[in-house]
Design a protein. Structure first.
Length: 293
C-alpha cells in the first residue's frame, strides 16, 4: 500500500504550476476586458488542477504497465516502483477526471456555454490517450502538441471566455507563452528519459529530435514565450515586466544544454514549473497595471 506521501509525490506537484498558470493569465485577460468573475476563475482553476493530477496518474498507470518506468530517474512513479497496484492508480486518475468534469459542468451551467462540455470531454480523452490505450500519441511524439493545445490555448482562452464571453490578443499571446513553457517542462522531462524511452519504444519529440536538438528546443521555447510579450508593449507598456524572467531562465537553460548526467536535469523540472508560474504572475501584473492607460 502506497503511503499518503507517495500518492502526493505520484501526483507530481512540481507540474501543477502548469495548470495554474493559464488560469491566472486567462483571468487577467478577462480583467483587461472588464469582465473579471472570481467564481468562474476558481472553478476553472479547480478543473485545470484536477485534469493535471489526472494526467499524471494516468501516465503513471499506462507507462507502469508497459514497463517504461522500470529504470526511471526522477520523481516516484507509483506503478513502476511497485508502491501501488496499477488498478488503484488508474482509479485515482479517473476519479480526478470525474471531479474535474463535475466542476466543469458547474462552470458550464453558470456560463450557459454548453459547447464547453465537448471541450471538457476532449480534454479528458486527450489526457487518457497521451499514454493510454492501444496507440498512445505520447509514444509517437505528439505529447507536446497536446500540452500546447490543452494546457496553453484551451486552458487560457477557455478561462477568458468563461468570464468575458470573448477572447483578446493578450489572452492569445499569454496562451501561446504559457503553452510553450509547459512544452519546455515536458521537454526537460523527456530529455532526461531519452535512454529509457528509446528502449521502451516511446518515441517522444525529444527522442525524435535527438539529445542535442531537444535540449536546444527547450531554450528556444522559453525565449519565444518571454520575448513574445514585446508584441503587447506598445499599448500595454507594463507587459515588459515579464522580461524580468530572463535571469531566472538562465540556470535551467544552462543545465539543459550542459547537464550530461540524467539526474542533473531533475532540478530543471521544478525550475521550469516556477518559471511558468512566474510568467503567469508577471504577465497578469502587466495587464492589470496597464489597464486603463
Amino acid at each position: 500500500m502506497a503511503t499518503a506521501a507517495q500518492w502526493i509525490q505520484g501526483a507530481r506537484p512540481r507540474t501543477l504550476p502548469a495548470a495554474i498558470a493559464p488560469v491566472l493569465i486567462g483571468t487577467a485577460a478577462a480583467f483587461d476586458l472588464d469582465a473579471f468573475k472570481p467564481l468562474n476563475a476558481v472553478l476553472a482553476a479547480l478543473v485545470a488542477l484536477l485534469l493535471q493530477v489526472g494526467v499524471n496518474y494516468a501516465n503513471d498507470y499506462s507507462d507502469g504497465i508497459r514497463g517504461t518506468d522500470e529504470d526511471r530517474v526522477g520523481p516516484l512513479r507509483l506503478v513502476g516502483s511497485g508502491a501501488a497496484k496499477p488498478e488503484m492508480v488508474k482509479r485515482a486518475a479517473f476519479t480526478a477526471f470525474g471531479v474535474a468534469m463535475l466542476f466543469g459542468l458547474v462552470l458550464v451551467l453558470i456560463t450557459q456555454a454548453w459547447w464547453l462540455i465537448l471541450v471538457g470531454l476532449g480534454c479528458v480523452l486527450a489526457a487518457w490517450g497521451y499514454t493510454g490505450g492501444k496507440n498512445p500519441y505520447g509514444y509517437m511524439g505528439l505529447g507536446d502538441v497536446f500540452v500546447f493545445v490543452f494546457f496553453g490555448l484551451v486552458a487560457t482562452l477557455g478561462t477568458t471566455y468563461t468570464q468575458a464571453g470573448q477572447v483578446s490578443l493578450p489572452a492569445v499571446i499569454g496562451a501561446i507563452g504559457t503553452g510553450l513553457i509547459a512544452c519546455a517542462l515536458l521537454m526537460a522531462n523527456n530529455v532526461r528519459d531519452i535512454p529509457t524511452d528509446m528502449q521502451a519504444g516511446k518515441k517522444t519529440l525529444a527522442v525524435r529530435l535527438g539529445d542535442k536538438h531537444a535540449r536546444e528546443s527547450y531554450v528556444l521555447m522559453l525565449a519565444v514565450a518571454i520575448l513574445l510579450v514585446i508584441v503587447l508593449a506598445p499599448g500595454r507598456p507594463w507587459m515588459l515586466v515579464v522580461l524580468l524572467l530572463i535571469p531566472a531562465s538562465l540556470m535551467p537553460s544552462w543545465l539543459m544544454i550542459n547537464g550530461r548526467k540524467r539526474k542533473s536535469l531533475i532540478p530543471v523540472l521544478k525550475q521550469t514549473g516556477l518559471i511558468n508560474l512566474g510568467y503567469s504572475v508577471l504577465f497578469s501584473l502587466g495587464l492589470v497595471l496597464s489597464h486603463g492607460l
